[in-house]
Design a protein around this ligand. Structure first.
Ligand SMILES: [Zn+2]
Length: 554
């Protein structure tokens, strides 16, 4: 019938191989296998899923495969790709041992819990001639597998992804439920322990009598403001045996975190927000607040006076960024000027500490760090502390105070103080009256509930809301007290300064000098041996005016 004759023989052509032949012959029988256990506990006790392992071994015999090494036994509860260390280790093993052409899993789901894992396996299968065996699912996947098998693989992957998302949602549902119940969704911090009242109940927090005294004492001591965290640990070491920490010395960071936890007075933080907790408080809110204030106070000290570096963070470098030829550009450096301690040998053989101040710029070439550049100006790349202090002195020597000025300054300060305290008292009394009102609401609502005029549900809701607000107001009042103290301290310094200026500055130690400089001036810039700065109000009008004249006219 047909007159056409076969003129090309494609029996052994690559074209036929590529598109038509489904027979696939693995290059070797070398295999790796991965057995999984569902919990870490199972792995630790050595009870890998025996049945799973047995089945895999059977399969290996049936298929005439040979294991290249011991199977991986992994407890994986992690869904995230990067957490699957063992899984990645296995992939790497297969990649670097090209003789291995078989990967064996018990379940298909074990091999591709997420898309990234699935893709990596797929790539080995498609490009490296690897065969994937999922023993229980009866799936054998290779580059020539029929489309149905690849389809099954894809469906499995999609299902896995869904179950992973469901799992995440379940975890989150649990978390939200716990927060709603006022239960921190995590492990009990030191001082508490988790207990589960009964099998189906949420786990709650109770005070752990063995560690609670330690936490309590730590707060009490730290709240005095007399301890750094490191010294606090030392002090606690005298009172508590190492039993509290199972023989280990607590780390500074750990104790610092502990002292900041609102958990101990009754709240807790989760994902950036603070929630009201239902755990029994270990300390009062007042004590907790004091401890936080001690952090702030210590922060100030740590920042400015650590190792006697009183002027850290006070001045900025006014140097210019240099170009490749070493010429100044228009760009100002602006980095902080920092202190560095040097020990110099004296004639009598002893050492004396000197503090040198210099620009801290290490990323771009700054003129004030360039030796050649500074030497041209007859300067060095650092300033002695004493010369820095002489420069600061000028800030005060330019301020002229007559007796009248002093009186005026005091009046200004007093007036300012009166305004501030007026505002303070106003706010305070507003808070107190709101507090009174809330107490009345709570009482009245309770009576109405008892008398049956207010439905139980509504009462619960309102009661909760008012209590929450009441607690918040109480906290706000405590915080205001702290602020008042700070204001008074500053005011006292100001009044003393108004009386004596330069002498007062000269007689002060670095810490006090630092405070005075902060009160009087701002925007300090150090450049080529000179100090630029701005006076804060009202000091700006007392400068070089020869006294009252200038400000009087204003
Ligand atoms: Zn600089």
């Amino acid at each position: 019938m047909s007159t056409l004759k076969k003129v090309n023989d494609l029996t052994n052509s690559p074209l036929r191989k590529k598109f038509l032949e489904t027979a696939f012959k693995p290059e070797t029988n070398m295999a790796v296998a991965m057995c999984r256990v569902s919990t870490k506990g199972q792995k630790d006790t050595g009870h890998s899923d025996d049945a799973q392992r047995e089945r895999i071994e059977e399969y290996i015999t049936e298929e005439g495969l040979a294991l290249a090494r011991e199977p991986w036994d992994v407890a994986e509860t992690a869904f995230k790709h990067d957490k699957r260390k063992n899984f990645l280790e296995m992939l790497n093993y297969v990649r670097s041992n090209p003789a291995v052409k078989h990967i064996i899993f018990s379940h298909q789901s074990r091999s591709n819990r997420n898309r990234e894992s699935a893709k990596e396996i797929e790539s080995l299968v498609k490009h490296q001639g690897v065969v994937l065996h999922c023993v229980r699912d009866n799936l054998k996947l290779h580059s020539q597998s029929p489309l149905e098998d690849w389809l099954r693989w894809d469906i499995f992957n999609a299902l896995n992804e869904k179950s992973s998302a469901d799992h995440k949602k379940n975890v989150m549902d649990g978390t939200i439920k716990r927060i709603e119940l006022g239960l921190f969704p995590g492990k009990a911090p030191i001082g508490y322990k988790n207990i589960r009242p009964n099998e189906n109940a949420e786990s709650v927090f109770v005070i752990d009598e063995t560690t609670a005294p330690f936490v309590k004492r730590a707060f009490e001591l730290f709240a005095t403001g007399r301890y750094s965290v490191a010294r606090l640990i030392q002090e606690l070491g005298k009172e508590f045996t190492s039993e509290t920490f199972k023989g280990k010395k607590p780390e500074r960071k750990y104790i610092e975190k502990m002292l900041k936890k609102p958990f101990y007075y009754g709240d807790f933080d989760y994902a950036g927000a603070r929630y009201r907790g239902t755990q029994p408080p270990l300390i009062s809110f007042e004590l907790w607040t004091k401890a936080q204030a001690a952090f702030k106070q210590r922060g100030w000290k740590n920042k400015y006076t650590r190792n006697g570096f009183a002027y850290t963070g006070l001045t900025k470098c006014g140097g210019k960024i240099l170009d490749k030829q070493g010429n100044e550009t228009d760009q100002v450096c602006g980095c902080a000027v920092t202190g560095e301690m040097h020990h110099k040998k004296q004639k009598d053989g002893t050492y004396k500490a000197h503090i040198y101040w210099h620009c801290s710029n290490t990323t771009t070439p700054c003129s004030q760090r360039d030796r050649a550049h500074m030497e041209k100006k007859g300067l060095r790349t650092f300033y002695r502390q004493s010369s820095l202090e002489t420069m600061f002195e000028e800030i005060f020597s330019r301020l002229h105070f007559t007796a009248e000025d002093c009186k005026w300054m005091q009046d200004v300060l007093l007036k300012h103080h009166a305004e501030e305290s007026g505002k303070y008292n106003q706010k305070l009394s507003a808070l107190h009256s709101r507090l009174k009102m809330l107490s009345r609401y709570l009482d009245e609502a309770f009576t109405e509930k008892v008398e049956g005029r207010l439905p139980e549900e509504l009462w619960k809701k309102k009661n909760e809301q008012w209590r929450l607000e009441r607690d918040q107001i109480k906290r706000e009042i405590a915080a205001m007290d702290d602020k008042k103290d700070e204001y008074i301290e500053k005011g006292v310094l100001l009044i003393e300064l108004a009386h004596h200026t330069v002498t007062y500055y000269k007689n002060a130690g670095p810490e006090k000098r630092r405070k005075l400089i902060d009160i009087v001036s701002s925007n300090l810039i150090l450049k080529d041996g000179t100090l630029e700065y701005r006076y804060r109000k009202p000091f700006d009008i007392l400068v070089d005016s020869g006294g009252k004249g200038k400000w009087w006219r204003r």
